[in-house]
Design a protein around this ligand. Structure first.
Ligand SMILES: Cc1cc2nc3c(=O)[nH]c(=O)nc-3n(C[C@H](O)[C@H](O)[C@H](O)COP(=O)(O)OP(=O)(O)OC[C@H]3O[C@@H](n4cnc5c(N)ncnc54)[C@H](O)[C@@H]3O)c2cc1C
Ligand code: FES
Length: 322
């Protein structure tokens, strides 16, 4: 095999909003092996953190993998600045995790909120390919943040957009969309939800009284991604499981969401410090560059300063798309 097959070159990038961006990178073997529901662990540079990201799309013909990333902290923010078309990711491991089971159910609801909007897409597409009637439900803050509407419409028999301000689709939380779908379709066989834990918890609570099979994709903190470190421990029906190897998909009615949410908050202080340190180093770098630019051109504008930590999205908020 040649190096060309593993160059991780970024071949496309799209910015959906100030904080959400798409990266498509080249890796034919990974694209060939990828299945809906799987994820990769990415290192953007030699000294970078390893972060798990769901495979939002894969193209076997082009040999590419697509990721959709929300800038929520140091690494995702750093990647937003450095990962441009033509640059290369330092390392990518995957596809990891159990693929989603996208067969069997005749009528399926696929719900994506916040970080989950992009990862729910390959599942909706796979359900459609299996012959199911697919109802897609996605949530965004406002109309301007909506993305991939055409892709979803192409594989969904019904597609509901929920926005916080009502500027597109229905006004309300994603759970309002789920309520509508359940009321309209008494024969839903399965609901799949990907997004903030609080959203998945709410979806599972809504489907339980109707006895609708509910699958959620869990996002605990991962380190090695091989089942060795225990970092991604989750409680399912009172048993301990490792999301990286036993999941990330689990029965939503069995998940201890409160445990998941408290474990996700364990490193809040360290994450804040890492982001502040990185923002400070970017600010200093920009000031040095600005000083040299000012010497050459008085028209310098400090627009490229990094976003302040307080302006970044909170990955735990109920439904923040885009
Ligand atoms: C299986 C899986 C799939 C994911 N898919 C996506 C995706 O498709 N798009 C996307 O934008 N994000 C995804 N995430 C979340 C993403 O990994 C985190 O947002 C990212 O690691 C944050 O790193 P940071 O340094 O930017 O922010 P930090 O400030 O370090 O962290 C912000 C929050 O992200 C979470 N986080 C931090 N480090 C990790 C880690 N090593 N593993 C998991 N979560 C972490 C924590 O909850 C933390 O509070 C996924 C997570 C998992 C476990
Ligand atoms: S990430 Fe280490 S056990 Fe799952």
């Amino acid at each position: 095999m040649t190096n060309e097959m593993f160059d991780y070159e970024i071949v496309a990038r799209e910015d959906f909003s100030d904080v959400t961006y798409l990266l498509e990178f080249h890796h034919p073997l990974m694209a060939k092996a990828a299945r809906p529901g799987q994820f990769v662990i990415v290192m953007s540079h030699e000294h970078g953190e390893r972060i798990p990201l769901t495979i939002a799309d894969f193209d076997k013909k082009k040999g590419t993998i697509t990721l959709v990333i929300q800038a929520v902290g140091k690494t995702t923010r750093e990647m937003q600045q450095t990962c441009q078309v033509g640059t290369k990711l330092y390392g990518v491991v995957g596809p990891m995790g159990d693929p989603s089971h996208t067969g069997g159910a005749k009528k399926v609801v696929c719900v994506g909120g916040g970080l989950g909007v992009a990862p729910i897409y390959p599942q909706a597409r796979a359900f459609k390919e299996s012959g199911a009637y697919v109802i897609g439900i996605v949530g965004f803050r406002t109309k301007d943040l909506v993305f991939w509407e055409d892709k979803f419409r192409a594989c969904c028999d019904e597609f509901i957009v929920c926005t916080d301000d009502g500027s597109a689709g229905i006004k309300g939380l994603i759970t309002d969309g789920v309520k509508l779908a359940i009321a309209k379709h008494p024969d839903i066989g399965e609901l799949v939800a990907i997004g903030p834990p609080v959203m998945m918890k709410a979806c599972a609570a809504m489907t339980q009284p109707h006895n609708i099979k509910t699958v959620v994709s869990l996002n605990p903190i991962m380190v090695d991604g091989t089942g060795m470190c225990g970092g991604c421990r989750v409680k399912i029906g009172g048993q301990v499981k490792f999301a990286c190897v036993d999941g990330p998909d689990f029965d939503g009615h069995q998940v201890d969401f409160d445990d998941l949410m408290s474990r996700l908050r364990r490193f809040k202080a360290e994450e804040k410090t890492a982001l502040e340190r990185w923002s400070e180093s970017c600010r200093m770098k920009n000031e040095i560059e600005a000083a040299s630019l000012t010497r050459q051109s008085p028209a310098y504008s400090p627009d490229n300063l990094p976003v302040e930590p307080s302006a970044l999205p909170d990955p735990f908020e109920e439904v923040k798309g885009g």
